[in-house]
Design a protein around this ligand. Structure first.
Ligand SMILES: *Cc1c(COP(=O)(O)O)cnc(C)c1O
Length: 460
């Protein structure tokens, strides 16, 4: 396909799921009923759902065929052996534990290694990773590179970890107190930005020097491998899978949410090199997830993961995946929509503070954009700003988040080019009506994770 500008979806559609189209008048009513929080909307009231790329992938006909062969035996199922083989081939880690999703693996591994007085260090801990670490009593320290904190400036590997800081923190805290170093590829919370092989190697060398466990949070390892092949010297002639295998070879273990790059709707795993650590984790797995050969998954789920982990490395799939995300981001940028640059692997992050510079941060410009996207085009997105991360000072005044972003996360193999073109057209209207967008105030909120269930009112 290299001589054509048009990138086509490398699949055709065998089964369809209707999208319920709605009118502006209907959506106005729905949004009011949802108290201006799209998390409260039923999915049949959404036209394009960009809430998350997690567990929202479309499975292939091969995966569905595999589901029919699911071996539902309690112990030693053939489906487990297929899943194990697929993961071992990729990671080279001898000890593999299936889990029902990513956070279950995190709880087991980081719960076991963590505890009061311990530290984990990451380019950026994903929120469930941080929560599991903090729940154990340990502390989670984020050290993304400086370039990663600047949303506008181009850098090929904004997901990198600051290795100078890594060594400083190890020396400051004492290497015995560092429970593990976690490299998240791609860096989800940092905008889906990739990590370079050079950086992954530098982190490995430091962990080796100080005898510290080095883990990969590998939810989007295939997408990261695409960027390495595209942007890093010396990797042009490697396959995506070889690049991923090299990333894994540097580590002591990995945790994966299969809901991302394993192209399934539910599942995960934990893989480890060391037998002793694996045995301790296996005991915890059996107590809370399930026996060691299914760990919370059905045989059919394990079949689908085994196949998905191979499909995700197909060059035509990955090319389509990354270029279609980039296509949306570049078009929006050309139209003048402020956003994080360059575009990451799985999502486009919009800068709502800049777009709606007439809305003060304590009236949540990100939430305002989320509401406008829904009202205008039935698009559901998520605010990643002061609704999600804002706190209050002692006088009840908002301490805003550093950025007011809105994430458009693209489900894998779900939407076609015309859906994306529709989204672009919706943004045309968003830009034209930008001065009419109104801020919001919170009328009801829970103590934790308030973005999920808060209620809002428009400032008229
Ligand atoms: C999704 C995700 C997780 C958690 O996985 P779940 O399957 O949602 O429990 C952990 N780390 C990263 C980087 C993720 O994107």
């Amino acid at each position: 396909m290299e001589n054509f500008k048009t990138i086509i979806e490398p699949f055709k559609i065998k089964m369809v799921e209707p999208i319920h189209l709605s009118s502006f008048i209907q959506r106005k009513e729905y949004l009011k009923e949802a108290n201006f929080n799209p998390f409260a909307l039923d999915s049949d009231k959404v036209i394009i759902d960009f809430l998350t790329d997690s567990g929202t992938s479309a499975m292939s006909s091969d995966q569905w065929a595999g589901m029919m062969q699911g071996d539902e035996s309690y112990a030693g199922a053939s489906s487990w052996h297929k899943m194990r083989e697929s993961i071992f081939d990729l990671t080279g880690h001898e000890f593999i534990l299936p889990t029902h999703q990513g956070r279950a693996g995190e709880r087991i591994l980081y719960g076991h290694l963590g505890g009061p007085g311990k530290f984990f260090i990451s380019n950026t801990h994903f929120d469930t990773t941080r929560a599991n670490i903090e729940f154990s009593g340990a502390e989670a320290i984020d050290i993304p590179v400086e370039e990663g904190k600047n949303p506008k400036e181009y850098h090929p590997f904004k997901g990198n970890m600051d290795v100078k800081k890594l060594e400083e923190i190890i020396l400051e805290k004492g290497s015995a107190n560092i429970a593990g170093v976690i490299l998240t590829v791609t860096n989800n919370s940092g905008g889906g930005q990739p990590v370079s092989m050079e950086n992954a190697k530098a982190v490995a060398a430091i962990c080796k020097k100080y005898k510290i466990y080095y883990f990969l949070d590998c939810c989007r390892v295939a997408e990261n491998a695409y960027f390495i092949r595209l942007r890093e010297k010396g990797y042009e002639n490697k396959t995506y899978k070889e690049i991923a295998q090299e990333l894994f070879s540097l580590t002591d273990g990995a945790v994966m949410s299969a809901k991302k790059d394993a192209l399934v709707n539910m599942g995960g795993f934990l893989s480890l090199k060391e037998e002793e650590l694996a045995n301790a984790c296996k005991n915890l797995l059996i107590i809370t997830e399930g026996f060691a050969t299914y760990g919370g998954l059905s045989g059919r789920d394990m079949e689908a993961i085994a196949i998905g982990l191979r499909e995700v490395f197909e060059p035509n799939y990955l090319h389509y995946r990354i270029t279609s995300t980039t296509f949306l981001g570049e078009k929006l940028r050309e139209m003048g929509v402020p956003l994080m640059w360059p575009i990451g692997g799985h999502a486009v992050y919009l800068d709502a503070k800049e777009l709606y510079d007439h809305i003060p941060v304590d009236q949540y410009p990100g939430q305002a954009l989320v509401c406008e996207l829904y009202l205008t085009g039935g698009i559901r997105a998520v605010e990643i700003g002061s609704v999600m991360f804002g706190k209050y000072d002692d006088n009840g005044k908002l301490i805003p988040a550093p950025m007011e972003l809105v994430r458009l996360a693209i489900p894998r193999r779900v939407y076609t080019q015309s859906h994306i073109e529709y989204v672009i057209e919706v943004f045309d209207k968003i830009l034209k009506n930008k001065h009419n967008a109104k801020g919001l105030i919170i009328t009801e909120e829970p103590k934790f994770l308030r973005h999920f269930t808060s209620k809002f009112k428009r400032v008229e």
